[in-house]
Structures are given as C-alpha cells and as structure tokens.
Write a protein that binds this ligand. Structure first.
Ligand code: SF4
Length: 428
C-alpha cells in the first residue's frame, strides 16, 4: 500500500507509504545531501518501490533518457597472486590447477584482437604476481599501446598499484612511490584506473575478509594521487559478505567526501553553488543543470567518474558458506548508492555480476545509467557455468536498453560519445 504522496516539482510524483522515506524524498527534491541515517532508512523500509523511484528520478535528472555502454575487452593477465583474500575465487598459487600468466606476446595478440573487434577500451587487471618485475607492467602497457594505439588502457586496481610501488622500490625519502609509479605507468600508456579492490572501507571487514590487502585509506590515497595527476578513476564496492549495511553506507560517505575535495575547485570555476564544502550534482535543474556534469573537457583534474556496486558471489571462495545478496538487495543497494553518491556522475550496473536481466531493471527503474561493455573474457567472477567467455553483443545491449525506453549511447572510457562509420570510430 503506497500512501502519502510527495510532489517533486514538475518532474514526477513519488508515492511513499513510509513517512521516513517521504521525508527523504523531500530532501532529494530539494537537492540536499542524504546522511548515512537516511541511507539506513532506505535500506530498512519495506517501500522498495519508492527507493527505486527516487533513484530513477535522480538518474533522469543527471542523464535524461540516455543509457551508456562501451565496446571493451577485459584482460586478466594472471590469476597468480601473493594474497589469498577469503572472498576471492580467482586467485591461484603458481603450480595450482588453473593457474595462468600471459606473456607479453600473448598480451600483444589480445590487443590486436580487441582493436580488430572495434573495442575502444582494454580493461587490464590481475593478481599480485610474486615474481614479475615492475618492468613487466610497463612493457605490458607499451605492448598494448604499440599494437593498438587507439585503445584506452584502463588498468590496475589500487591494490596492484601499491604492489607495483613496493616491487619497483620507486619510493624513498618518505615517499611510498605511488606517485612515481603512476607517472611511469602513465608514460607507458596507462589511461585511467578501474575502481576494483575497494571492497568495503571498514577495518573489521578488512581483517576478516581480505587481511593482507590494503585498507581503505591506502586505496583512497592511490586514487587521490591519481586524481592529482589528472588520471580519472572509478570506485567499486563489493558488498554482501561480512559487512553490514551501515558499513556500506560509510564506504559511500568516504567516497563522497573525497570526491567533494576533488571537485570543489572545478565547481567554483563552473559557478556551481556549494554549501558546507559539498558538491551536489544530483539536484533539480534549477539548482544543478544536468549539462554541467564534470567531463574530461571541463574538469582538468581526475575524479571518480562512476561507482560500480558489485554483489559478492560466494561460489568457490573461502566464504562459500555465505549466501551472497539477493536480487532485491542488489536493486536496493544500487539505488541507494545513486542517491547517496550525489557527486559521482555515473552509476554502473556491471552486468557480468548483476546479470543482464537484472541490469536491464536497474537501468530502467533503479538508478543506473551505464551497463559496462561487451567484455568477452572475464575470469574474476562467473555467475553462470564454468566458462570465462562472457560476451554480449552491441545488439544485445541495444535491445535491453530500447526495451526499457532508453536511448543506447556508446561511450569511450572517459564518457565521450562514440560514433561509428563501418569499422571506423571517433569520439565527440
Ligand atoms: S582479490 Fe585480488 S589481491 Fe585478493 S586474492 Fe584475489 S586476486 Fe589476489
């Protein structure tokens, strides 16, 4: 039963059966920032439809009818890893069944294949290989760049960057080497950082589920330095394992604070009004016109482009005893992330982990504006079957978007529109 009605300007009418959600809807209407307490109320309310409606309202304010995708290829260059995170079913030790590592020549071949298939992006992540020297990673980037100069290389989670800083010994004089390593990777062809490895920024969860991996503050430091160097990044949240809902909300709050710090100067240049050192991009048109979202052309610092909530998939991990989140919890979490993360332009449903049917719902009514890409091979998680061949075609993506009444728009990694003419593509 959906009772009290909240008028949201001329945009839409949200009917809320829960008075707490009705009060939050008023804040969303005014473009006010939500608190973690608001987020918890959105998690606890039985009125899931209102939560989805609010997220959809914000998504349409920011992106109208557009749904983004890209034509990409994933390269997981090795699954051999020095660590053994409890939630991870991907890692192997050298000599284990299924352990693999690509050579530079094999990586070259992958780049050629990706470019020939029309990909605009190569997404490169792997385990923390115990023996590869730092030069392997710069050679890998140069090899991809030589074979396919137009491919944008989005590579290395913050955990890998910290690993590379350690093995490269680039630091010294009090520096941990992160900046030096990012500069060398950038010179070798690195275009941006993906957002993996964040998990949930909470020390208890860290110690129970992924001890040995960097903590949240170190993860955020890598992204802060990347932003200072003009490198754009994304942010994930792997949820549904040992964390609670409030820990997810604090994770979102930390990302939001860091994004505020990054975007404040840009907001000043754009004449965007800010209060309390906050940059809220998700308000109504009169306080925030959607055309003023930061883009690579208008913002010369790096920033978090998109957030990607990732549901934990327990199969074959040490935490296999857990159930993992349900479909409704996934819908709710993505919608709440859209509402809480008011200064991150995009919200992605990663169809590989959410499934394509659920991603369609999230695009249509749950706050997502992006579905990732055509992917092809993805070794890290598999929601169906044993294979790592996980490909959708552009036609598949168009179909799920059009069926939802959305306009499919191909983007490059930096959210510029891609136009195609036969085998040629360009951005604008
Ligand atoms: S999550 Fe990453 S760092 Fe942890 S075991 Fe898996 S591959 Fe290694």
């Amino acid at each position: 039963m959906r009772g009290s009605m909240t008028m949201l300007s001329t945009e839409t009418v949200i009917r809320c059966s829960d008075p707490k959600v009705a009060a939050i809807a008023e804040k969303v209407h005014r473009g006010e920032r939500l608190t973690c307490g608001d987020g918890l109320a959105l998690y606890e309310t039985p009125d899931l439809w209102s939560v989805l409606d609010l997220a959809n309202l914000v998504r349409r304010r920011m992106h109208g009818n557009v749904a983004w995708y890209n034509v990409n290829r994933h390269l997981n260059y090795t699954n051999i890893c020095a660590l053994s995170c409890h939630f991870c079913a991907f890692h192997r030790k050298r000599g284990d069944d299924g352990a693999y590592e690509y050579t530079i020549d094999e990586i070259r071949a992958e780049a050629r294949t990706a470019a020939a298939a029309g990909a605009t992006e190569m997404h490169v992540v792997g385990g923390l290989h115990p023996w590869h020297p730092f030069e392997f990673y710069t050679d890998m980037l140069r090899a991809i760049h030589e074979e396919a100069p137009r491919l944008h290389i989005k590579a290395f989670t913050a955990v890998e960057i910290v690993h590379l800083a350690r093995i490269s010994k680039r630091g010294g004089d009090g520096s941990d080497g992160i900046r030096e390593v990012l500069l060398e990777l950038q010179a070798a062809g690195l275009g941006s950082l993906p957002g993996g490895g964040a998990e949930v920024f909470d020390d208890r969860v860290h110690d129970e589920a992924f001890k040995g991996k960097i903590r949240g503050d170190a993860w955020m430091d890598v992204h802060r330095i990347a932003h200072e160097l003009g490198i754009h990044t994304n942010a994930t949240m792997l949820y549904g394992h040992l964390e609670g809902r409030m820990e997810r909300l604090r994770h979102m709050e930390l990302l939001r604070s860091q994004q505020d710090a990054t975007l404040l100067a840009w907001a000043g240049q754009q004449g965007i009004a800010t209060k309390n050192a906050q940059v809220v991009l998700s308000g109504p048109d009169e306080c925030y016109p959607s055309l003023r979202l930061p883009t690579v052309d208008t913002c010369d610092t790096g920033y978090y482009q998109t957030c990607i909530p990732l549901p934990f998939i327990p199969d074959d991990s040490v935490l296999e005893r857990l159930y993992g989140p349900t479909g409704l919890e996934n819908m709710r979490t993505l919608a709440i992330a859209r509402l809480m993360l008011d200064n991150i332009p995009h919200m992605k449903t990663f169809w590989i982990m959410q499934t394509l049917p659920a991603s369609q719902l999230m695009l249509e009514m749950g706050g997502a504006d992006d579905i990732d890409g055509t992917v092809v091979w993805y070794d890290i998680t598999k929601v169906e079957g044993e294979g790592t061949h996980q490909e959708v075609t552009v036609q598949d993506l168009h179909r799920v978007m059009r069926e939802s009444g959305l306009e499919p728009a191909e983007r490059d990694t930096l959210y510029r529109r891609v136009t195609r003419n036969d085998a040629e593509w360009s951005v604008r």
